[in-house]
Design a protein around this ligand. Structure first.
Ligand code: NAD
Length: 277
């Protein structure tokens, strides 16, 4: 998700620094951004010059202190409350007081994450949709202590990177996952029950419902591990069985068939890039 969001920001003209835990992950993030931009140029979505300029705007680091000059920090790390809180706490000592902290959490409380910062008023939930470079919508959710200046600056920033925003509440799943997760679960159940093949269900959804991608191609982009985690967490919070992931998800995760990132999910891929197959 982080590299998808970085693609959005460099394309919009922002210098963007990808921070991750080790050199290999940083390199993978930077390569994913540059790969997407190169592919966009090949497809005629950007000129070669635009793609080269955008590629030059992304850099990587494993040193948090390199984020010192950032105007906006967009957090897209593991879906772990303690880790997200800790990160924002450490960033407080590095960046300026008016730097915006955006969290891309799917299931955690924005208020809970913001409590990790000494300045929770600067923290805003910005939930991008996957794949971030292609999907226009971002859900915006304020925490309990988010200041109106931070909310307004966030809406302005998201408009500047070409996103449409919907404002929602700091509640489990926001708007999109409240609908998406039960629907994806029902598609997986339909596949398990033999109602159709992955190809026929994807074709039915794109052809009749107007979705740009069928559920199985989308789940491969999202990652089966992420779907399992998001679905389980929403079930735990909402206690509604329609959020509980079907057994097929557990089997796929146990087998390491996580989607594009492992080369195999519902479909197989010859590399792990967004347009890889
Ligand atoms: N995958 C999706 O479709 C999707 C959609 C919307 C939101 N999100 C949210 O985005 C976040 C990331 O999801 P993902 O699918 O990209 O997960 P991922 O596991 O693919 O990537 C997480 C990245 O964060 C890095 N990381 C972990 N801890 C870190 C730390 N302390 N400092 C720096 N980097 C760290 C990891 O090394 C990894 O590269 C989650 O909060 C998730 O809920 C994901």
């Amino acid at each position: 998700m982080g590299s998808g969001i970085a693609t959005v920001t460099v394309r919009a003209g922002y210098r963007t620094l990808i921070h991750d835990l080790d050199d290999a992950r940083v390199a993978r993030g930077v390569d994913t951004v540059r790969g997407f931009l190169a592919k966009s140029a090949k497809l005629g979505k950007l000129t070669e010059e635009q793609a080269a300029e955008a590629s030059a705007r992304v850099e990587g680091t494993t040193e948090l202190k390199d984020l010192a000059g950032a105007g906006v920090v967009i957090e897209a790390i593991f879906e772990d409350l303690a880790a997200k809180r800790d990160l924002f706490g450490r960033l407080d000592d590095i960046v300026g007081k008016d730097t915006l902290f955006h969290t891309n959490t799917s299931t955690l409380s924005v208020t809970g994450i913001a409590a990790g910062s000494a300045l929770p008023e600067r923290v805003v939930g910005t939930h991008y949709c996957n794949p971030a470079p292609l999907m226009k919508l971002v859900e915006v959710a304020d925490g309990r202590h988010t200041a109106s200046w931070a909310h307004e600056a966030t809406i302005e920033f998201l408009a500047s990177v070409g996103k449409t925003t919907v404002v929602t509440k700091d509640r489990p799943g926001f708007i999109v996952n409240r609908f998406l997760i039960p629907w994806e679960n029902s598609c997986i159940q339909a596949l398990e029950n033999g109602l159709g093949t992955k190809e026929s269900i994807d074709a039915a959804v794109t052809g009749a419902l107007g979705h740009p991608m069928g559920p199985f191609k989308l789940l491969d982009v999202v990652g089966l591990d992420i779907h399992q985690q998001v679905a389980t967490r929403l079930y735990e919070q909402l206690r509604d069985p329609k959020f509980f992931p079907p057994p097929m998800v557990d089997r796929m995760v146990a087998a390491g068939d996580l989607g594009r990132k492992t080369g195999r999910g519902f479909y197989t891929y010859d590399d792990n890039r967004l347009f890889g197959s």
